[in-house]
Design a protein around this ligand. Structure first.
Ligand SMILES: [Zn+2]
Length: 230
């Protein structure tokens, strides 16, 4: 089936099933949205936050961009700040309780960041400059895992870049103030597509630990050595 045909057929199915079975919910949502969590995820077609978390319409305020990156706060100027605008709306208008950054395995954006191949790296007009926001993750990856295979470095960097986004969230004063006051919480998640496993970032131990899909308390494969070398 052609891709756009599948979109239209999919809507018909949604209308006959989910929509028809939840008319009261959609009636309420038509008047107002009040999600209590913002999710920042990658554009990647395999990591739909609503599907992965079994969310209902209205549960999640979702921002998707290449590699789930949050840029550091920059002064408003004549450039466009789509991610920052979504953050601002989530914090001020929706007053969310959580901002969740969800990365994933096999991320093309992180692969571009780690690669010297001009086809996917420096030769790209928009992806490469965008991915430079996550340079601290690349540097840490090369410092700690520079001798490992490229695929292993990419996996480690995917997790490190989530931490960069969490750090950058704190560069927005209105995020930092709410986090320090305890009215806003920041969380990092990492989804392994092949294993169907979700990991949650534990800042106290600086590691990603399994949430569901495998035995409890296992660590993400590439996150065993996240401590800085002495
Ligand atoms: Zn991605």
């Amino acid at each position: 089936m052609p891709a756009f045909r599948k979109v239209l057929e999919g809507f018909k199915h949604f209308k006959e099933t989910t929509y028809r079975q939840n008319t009261e919910l959609f009636r309420i949502l038509a008047a107002k949205q009040a999600p209590k969590a913002m999710m920042i995820a990658c554009c990647d077609s395999r990591v739909d936050p609503a599907i992965i978390t079994n969310a209902d319409p209205g549960d999640l305020f979702i921002l998707r961009n290449v590699a789930n990156i949050v840029p550091p706060r920059a002064s408003p100027n004549n450039t466009h700040h789509g991610t920052s605008a979504a953050l601002e709306f989530a914090v001020f208008a929706l007053q969310v309780d959580y901002i969740i950054v969800m990365g994933h395995a096999g991320c093309g954006g992180i692969r571009a960041l780690m690669s010297d191949d001009p086809e996917i790296g420096p030769g790209r007009e928009f992806i490469y400059p965008w991915m430079q926001i996550a340079q601290p993750a690349r540097h840490r990856t090369l410092r700690l895992h520079g001798t490992e295979s490229f695929d292993e470095q990419v996996r480690f960097c995917e997790q490190e870049s989530i931490k960069v986004s969490l750090d950058n969230l704190m560069s927005f004063p209105w995020v930092r103030e709410r986090v320090q006051a305890g009215t806003l919480k920041l969380e990092g998640l990492y989804f392994d597509i092949a294993a169907g496993t979700l990991y949650r970032y534990d800042p106290r131990r600086d590691r990603f630990a399994v949430v569901a899909g495998e035995e409890q308390d296992a660590e993400a494969p590439a996150a065993r050595e996240t401590a800085e070398p002495a």
